[in-house]
Write a protein that binds this ligand. Structure first.
Ligand SMILES: O=C(O)c1ccccc1N[C@@H]1O[C@H](COP(=O)(O)O)[C@@H](O)[C@H]1O
Length: 225
Protein backbone atom coordinates (compact mmCIF):
# COMPACT_ATOMS: atom_id res chain seq x y z
CA UNK A 1 0.00 0.00 0.00
CA UNK A 2 1.22 3.48 -0.81
CA UNK A 3 2.68 5.22 2.23
CA UNK A 4 0.91 8.44 1.28
CA UNK A 5 -2.29 6.84 2.49
CA UNK A 6 -1.00 6.58 6.06
CA UNK A 7 -1.02 9.00 8.91
CA UNK A 8 1.13 8.19 11.91
CA UNK A 9 -0.84 8.72 15.12
CA UNK A 10 0.77 11.00 17.68
CA UNK A 11 0.42 10.75 21.45
CA UNK A 12 1.92 13.38 23.74
CA UNK A 13 2.22 12.17 27.31
CA UNK A 14 2.77 13.50 30.82
CA UNK A 15 0.73 16.71 30.85
CA UNK A 16 0.42 18.79 33.99
CA UNK A 17 -0.98 22.06 32.55
CA UNK A 18 -4.28 22.71 30.75
CA UNK A 19 -2.65 25.26 28.41
CA UNK A 20 -0.23 22.62 27.13
CA UNK A 21 -3.14 20.23 26.53
CA UNK A 22 -4.99 22.88 24.52
CA UNK A 23 -1.93 23.61 22.39
CA UNK A 24 -1.39 19.88 21.73
CA UNK A 25 -5.02 19.61 20.58
CA UNK A 26 -4.58 22.60 18.27
CA UNK A 27 -1.43 21.06 16.79
CA UNK A 28 -3.48 18.04 15.73
CA UNK A 29 -2.20 15.49 18.22
CA UNK A 30 -4.38 12.37 18.34
CA UNK A 31 -4.05 11.59 22.03
CA UNK A 32 -2.82 13.18 25.23
CA UNK A 33 -1.66 11.15 28.19
CA UNK A 34 -2.01 11.70 31.93
CA UNK A 35 0.42 9.81 34.15
CA UNK A 36 -0.65 8.20 37.44
CA UNK A 37 2.46 6.06 37.91
CA UNK A 38 3.47 6.48 41.58
CA UNK A 39 7.12 7.28 40.84
CA UNK A 40 6.74 9.60 37.88
CA UNK A 41 7.79 13.25 38.09
CA UNK A 42 4.82 13.84 35.76
CA UNK A 43 2.30 12.22 38.08
CA UNK A 44 -0.99 14.09 38.43
CA UNK A 45 -3.93 13.72 40.78
CA UNK A 46 -7.20 12.54 39.22
CA UNK A 47 -8.83 15.93 39.89
CA UNK A 48 -5.98 17.71 38.06
CA UNK A 49 -6.33 15.30 35.15
CA UNK A 50 -10.08 15.87 35.09
CA UNK A 51 -9.53 19.63 34.77
CA UNK A 52 -7.13 19.05 31.87
CA UNK A 53 -9.56 16.56 30.31
CA UNK A 54 -12.19 19.28 30.33
CA UNK A 55 -9.77 21.54 28.42
CA UNK A 56 -9.44 19.02 25.60
CA UNK A 57 -10.92 19.64 22.17
CA UNK A 58 -13.33 17.11 20.65
CA UNK A 59 -11.87 14.18 18.67
CA UNK A 60 -8.73 13.97 20.83
CA UNK A 61 -8.30 10.86 22.97
CA UNK A 62 -7.41 10.94 26.66
CA UNK A 63 -5.05 8.16 27.78
CA UNK A 64 -4.48 7.26 31.43
CA UNK A 65 -1.07 5.74 32.20
CA UNK A 66 -0.54 3.38 35.13
CA UNK A 67 2.30 1.36 36.53
CA UNK A 68 1.28 -1.22 39.13
CA UNK A 69 -1.33 1.13 40.59
CA UNK A 70 -4.07 -0.16 42.93
CA UNK A 71 -7.39 -1.20 41.44
CA UNK A 72 -9.24 1.43 43.45
CA UNK A 73 -6.93 4.17 42.23
CA UNK A 74 -7.45 3.13 38.62
CA UNK A 75 -11.23 3.04 39.10
CA UNK A 76 -11.16 6.54 40.55
CA UNK A 77 -9.17 7.84 37.58
CA UNK A 78 -11.60 6.23 35.14
CA UNK A 79 -14.54 7.76 36.98
CA UNK A 80 -13.06 11.24 37.06
CA UNK A 81 -11.14 11.46 33.79
CA UNK A 82 -13.15 9.16 31.45
CA UNK A 83 -10.09 8.04 29.45
CA UNK A 84 -10.70 6.32 26.12
CA UNK A 85 -7.56 4.20 26.49
CA UNK A 86 -5.55 2.84 29.43
CA UNK A 87 -1.78 2.37 29.16
CA UNK A 88 -0.12 -0.10 31.54
CA UNK A 89 3.63 0.05 32.20
CA UNK A 90 4.04 -2.40 35.06
CA UNK A 91 3.69 -6.10 35.69
CA UNK A 92 -0.09 -6.08 35.10
CA UNK A 93 -1.46 -9.18 33.34
CA UNK A 94 -4.13 -9.30 30.65
CA UNK A 95 -6.97 -10.11 33.05
CA UNK A 96 -6.07 -7.12 35.23
CA UNK A 97 -5.76 -4.74 32.27
CA UNK A 98 -9.06 -5.90 30.76
CA UNK A 99 -10.88 -5.75 34.07
CA UNK A 100 -11.76 -2.04 33.80
CA UNK A 101 -13.84 -2.30 30.63
CA UNK A 102 -11.75 0.32 28.83
CA UNK A 103 -9.48 -0.59 25.86
CA UNK A 104 -5.87 -0.86 26.89
CA UNK A 105 -2.36 -0.71 25.46
CA UNK A 106 0.47 -2.63 27.14
CA UNK A 107 3.95 -1.14 27.35
CA UNK A 108 6.70 -3.55 26.33
CA UNK A 109 10.26 -3.16 27.63
CA UNK A 110 12.58 -3.13 24.62
CA UNK A 111 15.85 -2.51 26.42
CA UNK A 112 17.34 -5.87 27.28
CA UNK A 113 15.18 -8.90 26.55
CA UNK A 114 14.48 -10.35 23.13
CA UNK A 115 10.82 -9.64 22.39
CA UNK A 116 8.76 -12.26 20.62
CA UNK A 117 5.54 -11.24 18.81
CA UNK A 118 3.79 -14.55 19.36
CA UNK A 119 4.58 -14.51 23.08
CA UNK A 120 3.15 -10.98 23.35
CA UNK A 121 -0.08 -11.98 21.61
CA UNK A 122 -0.43 -14.98 23.90
CA UNK A 123 0.29 -13.00 27.04
CA UNK A 124 -1.94 -10.01 26.21
CA UNK A 125 -4.77 -11.27 23.96
CA UNK A 126 -7.01 -8.42 25.09
CA UNK A 127 -4.60 -5.60 24.27
CA UNK A 128 -5.72 -3.03 21.70
CA UNK A 129 -2.06 -2.47 20.88
CA UNK A 130 1.47 -2.41 22.23
CA UNK A 131 3.64 0.49 23.23
CA UNK A 132 7.28 -0.35 22.60
CA UNK A 133 9.35 1.64 25.07
CA UNK A 134 13.01 1.78 25.95
CA UNK A 135 12.84 0.85 29.63
CA UNK A 136 14.39 -2.34 30.96
CA UNK A 137 12.06 -5.12 32.14
CA UNK A 138 10.65 -4.29 35.57
CA UNK A 139 11.66 -0.63 35.32
CA UNK A 140 9.52 2.43 34.64
CA UNK A 141 9.16 4.31 31.36
CA UNK A 142 9.82 7.92 30.49
CA UNK A 143 13.56 7.28 30.35
CA UNK A 144 14.22 9.67 27.48
CA UNK A 145 16.35 6.91 25.93
CA UNK A 146 16.03 5.44 22.45
CA UNK A 147 16.00 1.68 21.96
CA UNK A 148 17.42 -0.13 18.95
CA UNK A 149 14.51 0.09 16.50
CA UNK A 150 15.76 -2.95 14.59
CA UNK A 151 14.74 -5.04 17.63
CA UNK A 152 11.03 -4.52 16.95
CA UNK A 153 9.76 -8.06 16.39
CA UNK A 154 8.32 -9.09 13.06
CA UNK A 155 4.79 -10.45 13.00
CA UNK A 156 3.06 -8.12 15.45
CA UNK A 157 -0.59 -8.38 14.47
CA UNK A 158 -1.79 -5.44 16.55
CA UNK A 159 -1.00 -1.75 16.20
CA UNK A 160 2.27 -0.79 17.84
CA UNK A 161 3.36 2.60 19.08
CA UNK A 162 7.04 3.49 19.23
CA UNK A 163 8.22 5.41 22.31
CA UNK A 164 11.41 6.12 24.16
CA UNK A 165 13.68 9.09 23.64
CA UNK A 166 11.80 10.50 20.67
CA UNK A 167 12.43 14.17 19.93
CA UNK A 168 11.81 16.56 17.03
CA UNK A 169 15.37 15.72 15.88
CA UNK A 170 14.89 11.94 15.57
CA UNK A 171 11.18 11.24 15.10
CA UNK A 172 11.38 11.53 11.29
CA UNK A 173 13.97 8.71 11.25
CA UNK A 174 11.98 6.71 13.81
CA UNK A 175 8.83 6.78 11.69
CA UNK A 176 10.62 5.79 8.49
CA UNK A 177 12.64 3.08 10.22
CA UNK A 178 9.74 1.43 12.06
CA UNK A 179 6.53 2.39 10.21
CA UNK A 180 4.58 2.42 13.46
CA UNK A 181 0.88 2.87 14.02
CA UNK A 182 1.85 5.77 16.25
CA UNK A 183 4.58 7.52 18.17
CA UNK A 184 4.53 8.56 21.82
CA UNK A 185 6.69 11.14 23.57
CA UNK A 186 7.01 12.64 27.03
CA UNK A 187 10.44 14.11 27.77
CA UNK A 188 11.37 15.02 24.17
CA UNK A 189 8.81 17.85 24.03
CA UNK A 190 9.55 19.33 27.46
CA UNK A 191 11.67 22.06 29.01
CA UNK A 192 11.48 20.17 32.32
CA UNK A 193 9.45 17.13 33.49
CA UNK A 194 5.74 17.85 33.03
CA UNK A 195 6.32 21.28 31.46
CA UNK A 196 5.75 21.06 27.73
CA UNK A 197 7.62 23.30 25.30
CA UNK A 198 5.34 24.72 22.61
CA UNK A 199 8.05 24.99 19.98
CA UNK A 200 9.22 21.38 20.54
CA UNK A 201 5.62 20.14 20.36
CA UNK A 202 5.05 21.96 17.07
CA UNK A 203 8.34 20.76 15.54
CA UNK A 204 7.63 17.18 16.65
CA UNK A 205 4.26 17.19 14.85
CA UNK A 206 5.83 18.76 11.74
CA UNK A 207 8.51 16.06 11.63
CA UNK A 208 5.97 13.24 11.88
CA UNK A 209 3.93 14.78 9.08
CA UNK A 210 7.11 15.21 7.01
CA UNK A 211 7.83 11.50 7.47
CA UNK A 212 4.26 10.62 6.50
CA UNK A 213 4.69 12.53 3.23
CA UNK A 214 8.09 11.02 2.48
CA UNK A 215 7.69 9.06 -0.73
CA UNK A 216 11.24 7.88 -1.43
CA UNK A 217 10.71 4.54 0.26
CA UNK A 218 7.66 2.50 -0.56
CA UNK A 219 7.22 -0.02 2.24
CA UNK A 220 5.67 -3.33 1.27
CA UNK A 221 3.26 -3.16 4.17
CA UNK A 222 2.56 -1.41 7.39
CA UNK A 223 1.28 -3.06 10.50
CA UNK A 224 -1.25 -4.27 11.39
CA UNK A 225 -1.39 -6.62 8.39
O1 LIG B 1 7.03 9.76 31.64
C1 LIG B 1 7.01 9.20 32.74
O2 LIG B 1 7.29 9.82 33.78
C2 LIG B 1 6.66 7.76 32.84
C3 LIG B 1 6.70 7.13 34.06
C4 LIG B 1 6.37 5.80 34.17
C5 LIG B 1 5.99 5.07 33.07
C6 LIG B 1 5.96 5.69 31.82
C7 LIG B 1 6.30 7.01 31.68
N1 LIG B 1 6.29 7.66 30.46
C8 LIG B 1 6.10 7.04 29.20
O3 LIG B 1 7.32 6.51 28.72
C9 LIG B 1 7.36 6.61 27.30
C10 LIG B 1 8.61 7.29 26.79
O4 LIG B 1 8.87 8.49 27.44
P1 LIG B 1 10.03 9.45 26.90
O5 LIG B 1 9.51 10.11 25.64
O6 LIG B 1 11.24 8.63 26.63
O7 LIG B 1 10.24 10.46 27.98
C11 LIG B 1 6.10 7.34 26.91
O8 LIG B 1 5.13 6.35 26.61
C12 LIG B 1 5.65 8.01 28.15
O9 LIG B 1 4.29 8.10 28.12
Amino acid sequence: MNKLLFRTRIKFCGFTRAGDVRLASELGVDAVGFIFSPDSPRRVHPTEARAMRNAMAPLVDAVALFQDNDVEEIREVIKQVRPTLLQFHGGEDDAFCRGFGVPYMKAVAMQDEAVDARALHTRYPGAAGFLLDSHAPGMGGGTGRVFDWSRIPAGLNKPFVVAGGLRPENVFDAVLATLPWGVDVASGIESEPGIKDGDKMRRFVEEVRRADCHTESEPASRQPA
